[in-house]
Ligand binder design. Sequence first.
Ligand SMILES: Nc1ncnc2c1ncn2[C@@H]1O[C@H](COP(=O)(O)OP(=O)(O)OP(=O)(O)O)[C@@H](O)[C@H]1O
Length: 239
Amino acid sequence: MLQLKNVDCGYGVFQAVHNLSFSVEQGQIFALLGPNGAGKSSTIMSIAGHVKLFAGSLHFDGQDISSLLARERVRKGIAVAPEGRRLFPDLTIEENLTVGGYSQSKVKEAVNRDMVFSLFPRLTERLRQPAGTLSGGEQQMLAIGRAMMAEPRLLMIDEVSLGLMPKMVDVCYNAIRHLKSQGVTILLVEQNTKRALDVADQVCVLESGNAVWQGSADEAKKDPDLIEAFLGMTKESAA
Ligand SMILES: Nc1ncnc2c1ncn2[C@@H]1O[C@H](COP(=O)(O)OP(=O)(O)OP(=O)(O)O)[C@@H](O)[C@H]1O
């Protein structure tokens, strides 16, 4: 569904990602892992069209999307719940969702809103609450919900569990599993390696802007060098 071929991307003259290639298959969960500053966010933001592609190409459903504007990529079916959630803090839950569904008809917007509320019932209790006053977990639900309002076929979520209580992390990962069961392809960025390996099908580990390991999540769990060198977990906790 999504192919990155020899992607270089970055900011101004600074290159954050070097010669990165990977493929995400339809219906899979693909996890981008690695330490702080490895280039994970830059990668997904370049797929979304918010970070400049210096070289290489991005294909989605067989079409080269490398030169499309961010909003055109949303229309193709790519949505992102970015790092730091980037909600509109003064707008309510309802209004943030409306912004996410701007590309949809009114009828579809209503259907998608109901889908988001069944995914995260907690949001329905706080419809008119400004996003800036929500807890971290509620903000992450809203960020994922807002991305889902565009009815994406590829949902990218940056730092799923960062700063969340374990219970909220469970809510978000249950939603991710549910979306996968509905046929949504998911590309996630995660610092919590164990959580990511529990749901992912495929994994790419980045370090200093380079891919240092790629393979299945099952292989990643069994690879002691990978786990200790790049992912900072003990073998026991990965099992
Ligand atoms: N807006 C920006 N302008 C310039 N450099 C940036 C910008 N955003 C990120 N970088 C740099 O790009 C590199 C990769 O950052 P990126 O945020 O993609 O890493 P990451 O793996 O997502 O890390 P983290 O988990 O800390 O967010 C870092 O060296 C970072 O300082």
